[in-house]
Design a binder for this molecule. Sequence first.
Ligand SMILES: Nc1ncnc2c1ncn2[C@@H]1O[C@H](COP(=O)(O)OP(=O)(O)OP(=O)(O)O)[C@@H](O)[C@H]1O
Length: 271
Amino acid sequence: MLEISNLVKRYGQDEPVLKGLDLAVDGNSVVAIVGASGAGKSTMLRCINRLVEPTSGSIRLNGTELVNLRHRDLRRARRKIGMVFQGFNLIDRLTVMENVLAGRLGYVSLFQAVSRRYPQEDIERAFVLMERVGIAHYANKRADELSGGERQRVGVVRALMQEPEVLLADEPTASLDPRTSEQIMVLLQSLASELSLPVLINIHNVAQARSYTDRIVGLRHGTMIFDGAPADFDKEALDAIYGGIESPEDEAIPPQAGPGKRESEVRHDST
Ligand SMILES: Nc1ncnc2c1ncn2[C@@H]1O[C@H](COP(=O)(O)OP(=O)(O)OP(=O)(O)O)[C@@H](O)[C@H]1O
């Protein structure tokens, strides 16, 4: 369970970019964070993993207060926070397996990391997860030989190798074509449910947010102005979040086709 209370972030002396956010997310739940550029979506995710220092407020992960943690305690807490990035953040010259095992860096000794002697159980877990997301056959390929969708799957497995208690995804589909984006969204949704993992996804694509998440949180100028089910995210909510600022990439509100597709219904061969 992730619990954010009265989270405020101010950069320098500027107007706060997060103005007292409250959000609680259970395991299993996939939450889309939407909002115009500059609304504070990335700042919010980065406060959770403390890449950005919150100015005030509380962020608790399964009971542990993350704000104010320092040094070793912060490193330990960060292990429990998986992150998936728009640009994948892989090391191109390393293999898929090496990139995946980087997810264990917070757990192994410096010697093990430098000499790449990861425990056998880590390697076995890596294979299980790579198998799960359909990239096990690429284990020994260089990361830069993979397509965007495959690279994002590596990013997802690397994050899962941390045995995270929450998964944060910052525009995970923005660099991918529509079909591959859909596959990655479905994958995140399935993994959240299989692993009882709360997943927070910053996303500009409102149609994908509606189809592939359980809940949408809308930010405007650092304030949460929508928090509800995708089916309730209507034109009025869209206007409240984006009105007078800019149009989101996909402004059309498509008819809600019930719950999003299941993973088995989405082809895997075009990633
Ligand atoms: N390091 C920083 N120093 C000062 N201001 C910052 C910094 N990072 C972000 N900001 C400001 O904070 C506000 C929110 O930025 P943030 O990146 O969180 O928005 P966002 O909703 O994620 O936008 P986008 O969708 O464009 O990524 C913006 O006005 C931005 O200029």
